[in-house]
Design a binder for this molecule. Structure first.
Ligand code: HEC
Ligand code: HEC
Length: 214
């Protein structure tokens, strides 16, 4: 079994044009600085919603801004509708075929760690993180309305048992979330900055975490 896994891993690596050395390097390569945010990839800060007097309407508007991040390819590719991750800014199905597996880390013999290292490996365009894994099916966002995403993200039976404080902690400290702003070359970072995203989430929670109606 072990030998078979190694053979599969080696052939997968070769199929990618990566030798064993490249995979070893993937563990040590330094991640690049995040690309500067262009006009299309900016976020409005919480203060720009201060003019909305009605608290619930302000909360809904804040979630609209948060939604720009949640529905961005950097997040949706790992929160897909099916068992398969997606990849690139065009959100194409992951090649080769890999599946969530029982715990998000892939099927035996084709685990995410076969290719994804602890950090991005830029020469191979390979993203990496110490706990690279697919989000559970209950946390799928692909193809859903902002209303549905909003309700799901707040629902402790679907969000991994996170209350609002835990949810904010997750989105401000989890390395997979933060990777969205440090995705390596050839991928657009998530809009804005992690700090802006965290501030929007906090402001949304403080205004009652209301959800859009559509
Ligand atoms: C490499 C895959 C990956 C990427 C990329 C990723 N996530 Fe996740 N996400 C996960 C996994 C796995 C979990 C569940 C495990 C956990 O809770 O730590 C999760 C859980 C979450 C949760 C908590 C559950 C929920 O649905 O409310 C939030 C919020 C979240 N991710 C936000 C984001 C945001 C925002 C981005 C993009 C900036 C992002 N994620 C990118 C894999 C990913
Ligand atoms: C056989 C090698 C291989 C395996 C196994 C593998 N990946 Fe990938 N993955 C890649 C490569 C290569 C890329 C980069 C493709 C590109 O951007 O051109 C990639 C990209 C991705 C992306 C896209 C990131 C983005 O936003 O563009 C996600 C998400 C992803 N993989 C998730 C996973 C998950 C989850 C697993 C385990 C269930 C996994 N991969 C297993 C090789 C692999």
């Amino acid at each position: 079994m072990m030998i078979r896994n190694i053979a599969l891993a080696a052939s997968a690596a070769l199929a990618l044009g990566l030798g064993g050395t490249a995979l070893t390097l993937a563990q040590t390569a330094t991640p690049p600085a995040p690309a500067a945010a262009g006009p299309a990839s900016t976020l409005r800060g919480p203060s720009s919603f201060a003019g909305i007097a009605d608290r619930q309407a302000r909360s809904v508007a804040l979630f609209g801004e948060i939604g720009k991040v949640l529905t961005h390819p950097r997040c949706v590719n790992c929160h897909p509708a099916t068992e398969r991750p997606r990849q690139t800014d065009a959100m194409t199905l992951h090649q080769p075929l890999v599946v969530r597996g029982k715990d998000g880390h892939g099927a035996p013999g084709m685990e995410c760690t076969t290719c994804h290292g602890k950090q991005n490996f830029d020469p191979g365009r390979l993203p990496g993180d110490p706990h690279w894994a697919l989000a559970p099916a209950s946390m799928a966002w692909e193809g859903k309305s902002l209303k549905d995403i909003c309700e799901q993200v707040k629902d402790t039976s679907r969000n991994g048992g996170k209350d609002m404080a835990a949810l904010i902690k997750h989105v401000t400290t989890d390395s997979l979330v933060l990777w969205g702003w440090n995705p390596g070359p050839g991928r657009e970072p998530a809009p804005g900055t992690p700090a802006q995203f965290g501030a929007l989430m906090q402001a949304w929670a403080d205004t009652g975490a209301a959800c859009p109606t559509s």
